[in-house]
Ligand binder design. Structure first.
Ligand code: C2E
Ligand code: MG
Ligand code: MG
Length: 766
């Protein structure tokens, strides 16, 4: 059959079928190629996506490029930002590449990209390719067999481009563009991952840094996630409370259960306030329970973090171990408020307690008593046995005092040998309070008077106590102490080992003495003190010696006797100045008199207890002798039993030392003190002076006469001379002569007088 145009339907059908077949084949070929391309693409992109490090990315990219381009390739030159290695050659076919290829390729690259459908790169970006502007970028130059650049591909996390110089099919270019896009996205992902990793590293570093700093500052730390109900505690936090090395861990809840009950209320209240929207920062000193049950003082500094709604979300902070600081503080406190030797409160703490007690005065019906305690003759123990013995005694006294009083009474040491007992909460009625204070004071006198076993041996010490009650002193702490001091003074004056309660008259006496002392110092400096001399005669009435007696020619013709001002000088220590001066004066006088004096003539000088016991005393005597140029045989020193009573051995030693230089000793006022045979036997004295009270009474009182005779007999037996003092009448003289006395002193023979030119002139009537 034909259609009239020469086409028969059969051939038409055949040609149509042919055409269709050809089209079908072409379509299938295209489809096959597309499928093939897609598969290659898929494989390549999988290859790319599997690559994570710079060099495997580069390798995969090179492979993809070669695969996509259907042209002979000598080398693919890669510049890769992640590996910061420009000019690295991959998949190099054939010989090496000219080292300048990259720089020569740059304009080509720009050109290739510029011509492409992809938006052109700004020139400055191209200039610095691959530079910091493209944070993650990879660029490839495809080099042909002749060494010429035939293509350029740039992939970056922000853009993807492909440019071909030599004609490669549109498909190739498209595929490269897709590859570059995929690679760009991949690089972007990697970059993100890098950024995250970088952040993680930074975070880890900063955590480590914080941990190091906290360790350096001795801080532990915690982080309470309030919503999660857990708390992370750091290793140091745990080790502070467990005493062992530990690693940080998360605990349930918060560490409230460790807070000391006494601190918990305040801490909870502070947290509640903060949670309710108050101050975010909390700083507290707390005690936290350790694993062993003890409490550790810590400084807690925490900060509340809030969520977007302002609710507390976390409470985190640091904890500083304060135990060292607390120890240090308590040491400082100990140093500041306690006496180092006895560990008793010191003056400062006493003042404070006294102050507190005075504050309650008027509010409550109570009285506080201050007992000021002074060890009698403590200085002497120190001087003779050394400070170690003194310290030992003070510690023993402190112990006895503490054992004696009630726990809420204060025992303090003021310094030296002065202690104070503060008796609080005594009755508001003065008489009752005074009685209680007196009875406690009496107990103290008794307890402290018992012997002490020291390293240097057994010693006895009496104490004197002055008592003052807050209700009858002035308003201040100082007033009460001063009142107690005045009472103490009165106690000492009335013979030591006594208790005296303050009375206002005592103050007047003290004031008078203080005025007297001030005047004595001044007038001594003005040269108003001088020595008078009284003769001492032998059995035949001839001059034997002379006693130097100090005289104060006070202004306005007033006469103040040594019995009045010597004790004042002794108390203040001024006696040393007077004594040294007196010794010097007496030696100078001896020097003047010796050529005119009978054989064996001496000047007798009186010594006070403190003078004799002074560590430098023997040297002072020898210095006075040397300065005046008189021998020791011209000097006699008069001491009393009271002077040497506590330290017999020590006194004997220094007396012997001076005796070796010819100095003689006599025991003054014998009969008034202990009148003990021991003194006479153990001390190197040559003479005993019978006190004038016996001489006066012996005429009328047979007992006194018997005592005088006993002293004479005893002295004769021991080979000692005797001088009777205060012989005023011939009858007394006669009676003493009959009793066998050979030395006499008294108005009958001569009154104390200013030194005449020759000693014989001292005798009355001469
Ligand atoms: P003392 O050592 O017993 O001195 C004798 C005292 O008796 C002197 O008193 C003297 O004036 C007084 N006296 C002498 N003969 C008679 C008399 O016949 N009848 C009466 N009623 N009294 C007589 P004075 O000078 O007032 O001295 C008193 C005490 O003061 C002395 O007693 C002595 O212990 C002390 N003393 C005097 N001068 C010094 C001194 O330079 N240094 C020291 N440490 N004490 C001194
Ligand atoms: Mg005398
Ligand atoms: Mg005397």
């Amino acid at each position: 059959m034909s259609d009239g145009q020469g086409h028969d339907p059969a051939s038409l059908a055949a040609s149509t079928r042919n055409l269709l077949q050809q089209q079908l084949i072409a379509a299938r070929t295209r489809l096959d190629r597309q499928v093939d391309q897609l598969m290659r693409m898929n494989r390549l992109s999988n290859l790319l996506l599997a690559s994570v490090d710079a060099s495997s990315i580069a390798d995969a990219f090179v492979e993809a490029i070669i695969d996509v381009l259907d042209v002979p390739v000598a080398a693919v030159w890669i510049a890769c930002e992640p590996c910061r290695e420009a000019g690295r050659t991959f998949a190099c076919h054939g010989e090496g590449i000219d080292a300048d290829a990259w720089s020569r390729a740059m304009p080509l690259l720009a050109e290739a990209i510029g011509r492409d459908r992809v938006a052109p790169l700004p020139p400055q970006v191209v200039a610095s390719l691959p530079g910091p502007e493209l944070s993650q970028a990879i660029a490839a130059l495809v080099i042909g067999r002749d060494g010429a650049v035939i293509g350029a591909v740039l992939a970056s996390s922000t853009m993807a481009m492909a440019g071909m110089r030599v004609p490669a099919g549109d498909e190739s270019r498209q595929m490269l563009a897709i590859l570059a896009e995929k690679l760009g996205a991949h690089l972007g992902n990697l970059a993100d991952r890098d950024v995250i990793e970088q952040h993680l590293v930074q975070l880890r570093q900063s955590e480590e840094r914080l941990e190091r700093v906290l360790r350096g500052t001795n801080d532990g730390w915690w982080d309470w996630d309030i919503r999660a109900g857990t708390t992370f505690v750091s290793p140091r936090w745990l080790s502070m409370l467990s005493g062992q090395a530990a690693s940080g861990r998360t605990i349930d809840g918060f560490w409230f259960d460790r807070v000391h009950p006494d601190d918990a209320i305040d801490f909870h209240a502070a947290l509640d306030r903060a949670f309710a929207g108050g101050d975010d920062a909390i700083e507290r000193e707390l005690r936290l329970r350790c694993d062993d049950g003890t409490f550790l003082p810590v400084l807690v500094r925490g900060l509340i973090s809030r969520d977007d709604d302002g609710h507390a979300a976390r409470f985190s902070g640091t904890m500083l171990d304060l135990s060292e600081r607390k120890r240090y503080e308590s040491h400082i406190h100990q140093l500041a408020f306690f006496d180092a030797l006895t560990e008793l409160p010191n003056r400062r703490l006493l003042d404070d307690r006294l102050h507190q007690a005075l504050l309650t005065r008027g509010r409550v019906e109570q009285t506080t008593a201050v007992l000021l305690i002074d060890l009698d003759r403590f200085k002497r123990l120190n001087d003779t046995h050394g400070h170690a013995a003194g310290d030992q005694l003070l510690r023993a006294v402190a112990r006895r005092l503490r054992d004696l009083v009630r726990p809420y009474d204060t025992v303090a040491r003021l310094g030296g040998d002065e202690f104070v007992v503060l008796l609080e909460h005594l009755s508001g009625k003065f008489d009752e309070a005074r009685q209680t204070a007196e009875s406690v004071a009496a107990k103290i006198v008794d307890a402290l008077g018992k012997p002490y076993e020291l390293d240097v041996g057994t010693v006895h010490h009496s104490v004197s106590i002055g008592v003052a009650l807050t209700c009858d002193a002035g308003p201040g702490a100082m007033d009460v102490l001063r009142a107690a001091d005045v009472a103490l003074y009165a106690a000492k004056e009335s013979g030591r080992n006594q208790v005296r309660v303050f009375r206002p008259e005592m103050q007047q006496r003290v004031d008078r003495r203080a005025a007297l002392e001030a005047r004595l110092r001044k007038e001594f400096a003005d040269g108003r003190l001088g020595l008078h001399y009284q003769p001492i005669v032998d059995a035949s009435g001839g001059l034997a010696s002379a006693e130097a007696l100090v005289r104060w020619h006070a202004g306005a013709g007033e006469s103040i006797g040594p019995s009045e001002f010597i004790p004042v000088a002794e108390d203040s220590g001024f006696i040393h100045a007077i004594g040294t001066w007196g010794l010097g004066q007496a030696c100078v006088q001896a020097k003047a008199w010796l050529p005119h004096a009978p054989v064996g003539f001496r000047i007798a000088v009186n010594l006070s207890g403190p003078e004799f016991m002074h560590p430098e005393f023997p040297d002072r005597v020898l210095a006075a002798l040397e300065a005046s140029g008189v021998p020791g045989t011209a000097l006699r020193l008069e001491i009393t039993e009271a002077t040497v009573v506590t330290e017999l051995g020590f006194a004997a030693r220094r007396m012997h030392r001076l005796r070796d230089h010819g100095v003689e000793f006599s025991l003054d006022d014998f009969g008034t003190g202990y009148s003990s045979l021991t003194y006479l036997r153990r001390l190197p004295v040559s003479e005993v002076k019978i006190d004038r009270s016996y001489v006066r009474r012996m005429i009328t009182d047979p007992h006194d006469e018997a005592i005088v005779r006993a002293i004479l007999a005893m002295s004769a037996a021991l080979g000692l001379r005797v001088v009777a003092e205060g012989v005023e009448t011939a009858a007394q003289h006669q009676r003493l002569l009959e009793a066998g006395c050979t030395g006499f002193q008294g108005w009958l023979f001569g009154r104390p007088a200013a030194p005449p030119a020759v000693p014989d002139a001292l005798l009355g009537g001469a």
